[in-house]
Design a protein around this ligand. Structure first.
Ligand code: ATP
Length: 365
């Protein structure tokens, strides 16, 4: 079993704490993505899991064994950071076999493992070629081959596709995920690209300033963000927020926007008073002449099959994703219909989703 578990792991550099008590479990065979903006502590977390950095506090377990103090070489983990890091003077066979030669594997076993790995990556026809002359994609497959040839317990990947243009990234994302499934790997993958994370992950941990904001499946994180940070980080365009002053009573099921009651996904379980942010995804807004919630159109962006229309209400701006065939005039007044089961409510000061809402939806991830 290659379950990876981090328990309250922290890392301080001098007086700066880069990772502040991170906990998560990566199940055997799953593809786990750590997603977050630059500097949030993703790489430091992964380096601790790999044994390249010693945690200041907390424990790391690999397959149930406490490996916190073990060096990287004793962890049976492959760390992949830039798939282009190949030895240019060697051919494909020598590059893939390099980790096994370093560990003095018998020659026949190296040969067999390299050929098996090359076949898996569909580069067996390139084994005698120098890596210098290969296409970007094939060079990446060789680098992956070097990581998987010794069949480690787990793969830790730090933005491995970072240097590629977006078209090629998409292709390699698909290949990486397929490879993970074929070899029954356990993978932790770092990225700052939400689309990459959503496309590849079984589960995502979203980090912000050294902390994990939320852990969940891509759909849980998209549908039930636990904080405004997560809601804003996920989705293109991201969730819009309306400012609401309210006094919520236990048992209420609606909130007033510009004096108009808007139905919420569940009843409020606690009294709460103050400033809230109502989170609305663009695809959950439509125009409805019958609605008393009025807005003015201030812009429209054509995207082919859909258009993103920006409207302004008395409580702030919203973005709506509408069919591109729907006629929209900048300056016109429209009624808004919001899909109740898809709304989120946050405390505008703390940025956290209202606990009552999360409890009712089981979204503690
Ligand atoms: P990026 O996507 O830019 O790589 P990241 O989320 O991976 O960012 P880390 O590389 O883990 O973030 O860095 C987190 C913070 O810790 C940053 O502010 C960084 O400057 C700091 N940091 C990382 N390594 C060290 C170090 N060896 N000494 C001091 N500070 C460090």
């Amino acid at each position: 079993m290659a379950e990876i578990k981090l328990e309250s792991v922290a890392k301080t550099f001098g007086t700066f704490t880069a990772v502040k008590g991170v906990s998560f479990t990566v199940d055997h065979g799953s593809f786990f993505v750590i997603l977050g903006p630059s500097g949030c502590g993703k790489t430091t977390t992964l380096r601790m899991a790999a044994g390249l950095e010693l945690p200041t506090a907390g424990r790391i377990l690999l397959g149930g064994e406490d490996v916190t103090a073990l060096p990287a070489s004793a962890r049976d983990i492959a760390f992949v950071f830039q798939l282009f890091a190949l030895y240019p003077h060697m051919n494909v066979r020598q590059n893939i076999g390099f980790p096994l030669r370093c560990q003095n594997y018998p020659r026949a076993e190296i040969r067999r493992s390299v050929e098996e790995t090359a076949k898996l990556l569909r580069i067996d026809h390139l084994l005698e070629r120098r890596v210098g002359g290969l296409s970007g994609g094939d060079r990446q497959r060789v680098a992956l081959g070097r990581a998987i040839v010794r069949r480690p317990k787990a793969f830790l990947m730090d933005e491995p596709l970072g240097a590629l243009d977006s078209e090629f990234r998409k292709l390699m994302c698909g290949e990486l995920r397929e490879l993970h499934d074929r070899i029954d790997a356990t993978t932790v993958y770092i990225t700052h690209d939400q689309l990459e994370a959503m496309a590849m992950a079984d589960r995502i941990a979203i980090m912000n300033q050294g902390r994990v904001e939320q852990i969940g499946t891509p759909q849980e994180i998209y549908d039930r963000p636990r904080s405004m940070f997560v809601a804003d980080f996920i989705g293109a365009p991201p969730m819009s927020f309306l400012n609401v002053q309210a006094a919520l009573q236990r048992g209420d099921r609606s909130i007033r926007i510009d004096g108009v009651p808007v139905e919420m996904p569940e009843v409020f379980e606690d009294r709460a008073e103050g400033t809230f942010a109502l989170g609305v995804r663009p695809e959950n807004v439509s125009f409805s002449d019958a609605s008393r919630l009025r807005a003015r159109v201030i812009g429209a962006e054509y995207l082919g099959t859909t258009q993103i229309v920006t409207v302004v209400t008395g409580s702030g701006q919203l973005k709506a994703r509408l069919p591109s065939g729907q006629p929209v005039q900048v300056g016109e007044s429209v009624g808004l219909a919001l899909q109740p089961e898809r709304l989120s409510l946050f405390d505008a000061i703390s940025g956290q989703a209202l606990p009552s809402a999360l409890d009712a939806r089981g979204g503690h991830g």
